[in-house]
Design a protein around this ligand. Sequence first.
Ligand SMILES: Cc1cc2nc3c(=O)[nH]c(=O)nc-3n(C[C@H](O)[C@H](O)[C@H](O)COP(=O)(O)OP(=O)(O)OC[C@H]3O[C@@H](n4cnc5c(N)ncnc54)[C@H](O)[C@@H]3O)c2cc1C
Length: 386
Amino acid sequence: MSDTDFLRLDDSQFSEEEAHVRDSTREWVSKEFMPRLQEHVRQDGSFPMDLVPQLGELGMFGANLDGYGCAGMNNVAYGLLMQELERGDSGLRSFASVQGSLCMYPIYSYGSDEQKNRWLPRMATGELIGCFGLTEPDFGSFVTGMRTRAERRGDRWILNGTKRWITNGSLAQLAIIWATTDEGVRGFVVETDRPGFETRDIKGKFSLRASVTSELFLQDVEVPDENRLSGVEGFRGPLSCLTQARYGISWGALGAAMACYDEALGYAQDRIVQGGALASKQLVQEKLVFMLTEITKGQLLCLQLGRLKDRGELQPVMVSMAKRNNVDVALRIARDARDILGANGIVDDYQAMRHMVNLETVRTYEGTHDIHTLILGEHITGMRAL
Ligand SMILES: Cc1cc2nc3c(=O)[nH]c(=O)nc-3n(C[C@H](O)[C@H](O)[C@H](O)COP(=O)(O)OP(=O)(O)OC[C@H]3O[C@@H](n4cnc5c(N)ncnc54)[C@H](O)[C@@H]3O)c2cc1C
């Protein structure tokens, strides 16, 4: 594997424990996950569910949370974990992000002790899988128009609505559903076997094929008030979960970029064109230099974010910059890598194109590239763009 630690972060910036998390995750992904990936990519939207107990055992779910069977690692170790999962495939990192950042985190942060004890330990092992229902067919970037409704009936709630583009929707036993109520937006933990809860998988995806994406239909689904996340009100709830997931994505996208760089470099060194290695051509070197430079800059961005997060000083707008930048450069790196591979780059014996199409989703979900531009633009100018 090529060296992407150009600035020697290993010697001076990552602790032994952080490096160990990275290296052991990389090993697991390459030994256990990669041999299984192609069959799932070739199927239309599926995930190797038999690996989930191993993911749980290795502490990959809610890894930066404390207690309840979670690994309690710091945020740099957690970021490196995300990087290595996405070096495998964005679908694998998405699985862990949704479980940890979007489902365990809100229960951990806004749930009652009873809710935490009831659900978190079994989510940490992967016995219970969660999904996060925020996006709706008509509202993605601007969920303020959300139509899913929860009506209070005494000590119970009746939920109605449709959620679309929900990762792990049909695999989940628990859904975190965000809905409007007379009191504003509220979050509910909905067991997916409740009457009136149905799912339908979205087929025909070119991207994130090794991941299940579903629609959720809620028709008069009844939950007790004890399933409401009582510790948060309004859009702060879902947005704070998204900040957690976007943080992981910032690291994860670099993992995909590293896989592409590694593949392109190796290929260019071996491939002979016009009597010389492809890697000896100036235009190819320019692409490789771009890749390594952007990976290195992206890592520094993430590292500083992680240290700030550990000190409780992270601001969501900082995460916007990292998510926007790192996914963008990862996508450009994947495209360049695919280009260097020539015709071989379009078949799934090679990784670059799979990462490239995956990264198209990563660019769109968790706040699109342009939405993060608008967030940063408003932060800089104090003016909301029209
Ligand atoms: C594979 C996959 C998995 C997903 N998993 C989940 C999940 O688990 N849970 C969940 O809740 N959601 C999930 N999503 C949904 C995702 O978060 C949304 O797709 C995303 O927020 C964008 O919303 P949209 O698709 O409705 O696009 P739109 O909001 O319609 O945006 C379309 C385009 O318009 C641009 N745009 C929008 N508004 C503006 C503006 N004001 N100015 C300029 N440009 C603008 C956007 O940047 C984008 O380029 C997933 C999506 C995918 C593809």
